[in-house]
Design a protein around this ligand. Structure first.
Ligand code: BDP
Length: 681
């Protein structure tokens, strides 16, 4: 089924000259390196792809003319092919694709075998895009070292914040053992360069705690085998209090000898089953999860204890910074959830072991459609950091609404932290280059499930694809990624490409328009977080407020009069956000509490901005549906209908947002819409 294959459709190449170009190389291939599971994956993919793209299956032969040559750089070291190029500096996942001078052979070379796999996917992508290779070589390597997917799957089969059906990893408290599906998933992730996964929820319940026991380790190991063949390392989310839950100890105190010993033994047991196990991801002292605070210890104590247990085996410990008080008194205006991660972790900079990484969400709150960039990113000079995104659209339409998130991620990556002066971008923090950290990268909450098209909304596949591609190379544009994805997924039709691309690129702004305005966030229904509820979280313990009253709205996070959150940024950003004049419109309510009549840089008042964007956003949602309908005849029925069902929901939901938000603020402010449109009163 087309929807299941996502961007790996491998439709027959219909351009005759492109097909004949590739045919000249693709009838046979030679493999110069040893056969390993990884190389076998690369060869399987090559054969599968070429068979389908060109209608002929390449055969494996000895060295010959007019063929593909697969190997590592070392394997071809003696050949003149390398004369003109210096690949010595490529990292171990890097690769090169080039023709020999007589254009008889196409070399598909990895720095190591890992690079060969990625080179094969690169070649197949080019073919799917109907692009021929020029005589210039392709030289590529991933910019980010750890490129991770975090699954929030529970062993009962549910997925926390999952919008694409149930888990394909588990059902009814055991592994589903759908190995074929996991294998297809691993292929898909490898095709976009993902090299690490966690397969269980960061909130580790009792049964998932047992993943690191004999009851589950064989299944975990089998899963690791599947991913390993695609250069993807398996990590687990672990329960901080496992020594008590599983080991019967009386505490999980990170400084207690028996606890430390327990984890060391546990690590040995895991590595006996999975020799290249990646390590743990830990959510501790966060949203009621256990952690070192119980014993009066710090996050560094907790993380380092686990890091030490993993270190002898080459494992990594990833500790999440999503730590804040979720039992806050909403009457207390001085406690600011946005401050929490920085307040907790900044003082610990330099105290974490070398194999420990802190995982930091892109924003200081929680994956809102718009919020500031976390000031912790780049602030810790002596600590490994991983940036965390959310591909699952928890707060951006839950895969019922179209919301292409790549532009948002790009904004974050291109944010200048000024940590080492101008030009200290978040992408340089993630790549580790800013402070030359040994470990770094990007992780994201997955949006996949057991839906037959993996993501529910057929266009939500673009976020999965886009995440991988962007993390491989943050310089790729949102537009270019969209084009790649559409062409590979829907074929080479110019109208389809143009229409879907316009839809994708407009969708984030559209979503922002009809939901919570100007960076204030959180006007959603509590718990499930779908749909509008302006005061849903206003008097709650979660630290998520907008403070709307009859005069104005917004969170005062300034140093002068507010929570002082702005002081967590480096001076350039601090000044920009602290000053109402300098603060960009789209974040004004994130940083300031202003009257409804406050004039934005756009020239509009805040209230008029709210009205205008909400009318506009609801209309734009309708346009998205019209655009989708306009390509009905050009795409297959199944994906068309899957999309249409969702666009219908989005249109209705956008209207609901428009009416509830506009009415609420009309009632609060009593200020009429300048254009006299209908606002319910
Ligand atoms: C929030 C989700 C919650 C997660 C939490 C986390 O609502 O389900 O457990 O993030 O990241 O966005 O730990």
């Amino acid at each position: 089924p087309q929807s299941y294959n996502c961007w790996l459709q491998y439709n027959a190449i219909d351009d005759v000259s492109v097909a004949s170009f590739y045919r000249s190389f693709c009838q046979s291939f030679v493999v110069l390196c040893d056969r390993t599971p990884l190389i076998n994956s690369a060869i399987d993919e090559l054969q599968r792809g070429i068979t389908s793209l060109l209608g002929e299956t390449p055969t494996e032969t000895g060295k010959d003319d007019n063929q593909l040559v697969l190997g590592t750089l070392e394997d071809v070291a003696q050949e003149d092919i390398l004369d003109r190029i210096s690949l010595a500096n490529l990292n171990e996942e890097g690769y090169c694709i080039r023709m020999d001078e007589r254009q008889h052979q196409l070399y598909v070379l990895g720095k190591t075998e890992k690079g060969i796999l990625y080179a094969v996917f690169h070649l197949l992508r080019k073919m799917q895009l109907n692009e021929i290779l020029t005589t210039e070589e392709v030289i590529e390597q991933p910019v980010n070292q750890i490129r991770m997917m975090n699954h929030w799957d529970n062993v009962d089969g549910s997925i926390e914040r999952g919008y694409a059906g149930l888990s394909f990893f588990y059902q009814q408290n055991r592994f589903s053992r759908q190995w074929d599906r996991m294998h297809d998933y691993a292929r898909m992730l490898a095709s976009i360069g993902i090299n690490a996964v966690t397969i269980n929820n960061v909130n580790v319940h009792q049964v998932e705690s047992e993943f690191i026991t004999a009851a589950f380790l064989p299944d975990v190991a089998r899963t690791a085998d599947i991913f390993r063949a695609y250069n993807i390392k398996l990590f687990l989310s672990a329960n901080y209090s496992s020594p008590m839950q599983l080991g019967g100890l009386s505490s999980a105190d990170p400084l207690a000898d028996d606890v430390r010993e327990w984890w060391k033994e546990k690590a040995s047991e895991i590595y006996a089953a999975i020799p290249d196990f990646g390590g743990f991801v830990i959510k501790a002292d966060s949203e009621n999860r256990p952690g070192p605070f119980t014993y009066g210890r710090t996050h560094a104590d907790g993380a380092n204890m686990l890091g030490e247990a993993l270190a002898p085996h080459g494992g990594i410990l990833i500790w999440r910074c999503f730590v804040y008080n979720c039992h806050q008194d909403w009457r207390d205006k001085t406690t600011d959830r946005a401050r929490a991660a920085y307040d907790h972790f900044m003082p610990l900079d330099g105290q974490f072991n070398d194999n420990v990484i802190l995982q930091i969400k892109n924003g200081p709150m929680d994956f809102q459609v718009r919020e500031g960039v976390s000031p912790l990113l780049g602030a810790m000079k002596d600590t490994n950091q991983i940036l965390e995104f959310q591909i699952a659209q928890e707060y951006t339409g839950q895969q019922k609404h179209l919301c292409y998130l790549v532009p948002q991620w790009k904004d974050v990556l291109n944010f200048d932290t000024y940590a080492k002066g101008e030009g200290s971008f978040v992408k340089d923090v993630a790549s580790g280059s800013l402070y030359e950290r040994p470990l770094s990268g990007i992780a994201a909450v997955a949006n996949s499930g057991d839906a037959y098209n993996w993501t529910g909304h057929p266009l939500a596949q673009a976020n999965l694809y886009g995440y991988g591609r962007l993390v491989w190379n943050p310089e790729l544009s949102a537009d270019a990624i969209a084009s790649e994805w559409i062409t590979q997924t829907y074929g080479n039709h110019a109208t389809v490409l143009k229409t879907i691309k316009e839809m994708l690129l407009q969708s984030l702004q559209t979503y922002e328009n009809y939901t919570a305005p100007l960076g204030v966030g959180w006007m959603v229904n509590p718990n499930h977080h779908y749909g509008p509820n302006v005061d849903g979280y206003e008097y709650s313990a979660w630290g998520t407020y907008h403070f709307a009253d009859l005069h104005g709205i917004g969170v005062d996070r300034t140093m002068q009069t507010g929570t002082g959150y702005t002081s967590q940024y480096f001076p350039e950003n601090e000044k920009r956000y602290e000053s109402l004049e300098a603060c960009p419109d789209e974040l004004v309510l994130f940083f300031h509490h202003v009257p409804y009549t406050h004039q934005l840089h756009s020239g509009k008042s805040v209230i008029q901005h709210i009205y205008d964007t909400h009318f506009e956003g609801a209309e734009q949602a309708e346009q998205l549906r019209e655009q989708w309908k306009s390509i009905k005849e050009l795409i297959d029925e199944e994906r068309f209908n899957d999309g249409l069902t969702r666009f219908n929901l989005q249109v209705d939901s956008a209207k609901e947002w428009r009416d509830i938000i506009n009415t609420y603020f009309y009632r609060k402010s009593g200020i009429e819409d300048e254009h006299g449109r209908t606002i319910y009163s």
